[in-house]
Design a binder for this molecule. Structure first.
Ligand SMILES: *[C@@H]1O[C@H](CO)[C@@H](O)[C@H](O)[C@H]1NC(C)=O
Length: 171
């Protein structure tokens, strides 16, 4: 009886520790600055073996105790690029991030859905993007020069997607 209990407790503990690592690859972290102060540590995760359409990605991230990723600052984007480069085996041509326009008649006003805040840095668009009149979800795509760029993308395509975990650095 005690032995079974031990197995039960161990497996619950084991799941808590390793659930993310079984399904996702931790591709790296960045300490995000605001006014020169480190505000929070953001860690990015890519799914090891599954894809999702945009509208389900947030739920999938959340079910693993993560959030669908945002790139609120240019610093986060710049830190992410080499992480993606190092994990390109997990990516297809597109990778979803949590972003879409709330104004379906405009291809220029892009918001983070989670905060409804407009992107407040110059968007590093891919060449000839945005180009879609019905492409309301934002993705990252590989670009020449071993970098990544932003692309408007159809929301319904199953794609790899980016999750994040945020830990405050303020005491
Ligand atoms: C990318 O991989 C190289 C070689 O393993 C490593 O030195 C570097 O720190 C990695 N970069 C990032 C951003 O993880």
């Amino acid at each position: 009886m005690n032995f079974l209990l031990l197995i039960l407790i161990t497996s619950i503990f084991y799941n808590t520790i390793t659930c993310n690592e079984l399904a996702f690859v931790n591709i790296g972290s960045v300490n995000v600055l605001k006014d020169g102060i480190e505000m929070y540590k953001k860690t990015f995760f890519l799914p090891k073996f599954f894809k999702s359409e945009w509208k389900l990605s947030a739920s999938v991230c959340r079910s693993f105790d993560l959030e669908f990723a945002t790139l609120h600052t240019r610093q986060e984007f710049d830190a992410l690029v080499p992480m993606l480069r190092n994990n390109s085996n997990l990516l297809t041509t597109w990778t979803f991030i949590n972003i879409m326009t709330l104004t379906p008649l405009s291809a220029t006003d892009w918001y983070w859905v989670s905060t409804q805040r407009k992107i407040d840095y110059v968007i590093p668009w891919c060449h000839y993007q945005p180009d879609g009149e019905v492409e309301w979800c934002m993705s990252l795509a590989p670009a020449p020069g071993n970098t990544y760029c932003f692309n408007d993308h159809g929301c319904h395509y199953p794609e790899p997607f980016l999750c994040e975990k945020i830990e405050s650095l303020l005491s």
